[in-house]
Design a protein around this ligand. Sequence first.
Ligand code: MN
Length: 233
Amino acid sequence: MASEYVFTPQPLVSIPVVGQAARFPLHRIYCVGRNYEEHAKEMGFTGREPPFFFMKPADAVVVVDAGATGTMAYPTLTKNLHHEIELVAAIGTGGKNIKAADAYKHIFGYAVGLDMTRRDLQNDMKKQGRPWDIGKSFEQSAPIGPIVPVAKAGDVEKAEISLKVAGVDRQRSNVSKLIWNIGETIEHLSAAWELQPGDLIFTGTPEGVAAVVAGDTLVGEITGLPALTVKVV
Ligand code: MN
């Protein structure tokens, strides 16, 4: 009997939702570059530039349940794997050309995420004017905790955001310091792509990005959301 596919399809990636059994089915992962002023400065840039975006594949996600410690393998080719703690907005209702004032109606919830980056490879690509994919879009480069529905998440745009590595503070800031807030980000993003339910938006990282090594445990926290704990192995 003929099978529908020539091989078994990859499984749908989904993320747990706090307070309910049904999971959030993943579509795309969008990421915003340089969206906190102090981080833009540490990367060598100043001034407010329009937001810009890159993507990660669905299998970049490492799902970490609340209270659990996830693991990510130290990736190939790099000697400079960086952490970037980020607030993640999860889209529940799609749309295009969404205005900032209407954008919040499209958000299902929020989570804590890590935009793990092969910084040496990203920097090589920047110098050559080439795409960032090899630096940003590899397997297990997007650990994420459970999604908290909007109504239970509190005011995430005023939340403290922090990351500890091996118990020591590396990044500490406040989501209110986003250059482009979540509504403005969605306005720009949805002008370029039609957002779909299941999309995630990694909204950018504050200053303090630095290297991790195998054996390090990362703990990311955003007020009102479950902490994200990941061990690099
Ligand atoms: Mn980032």
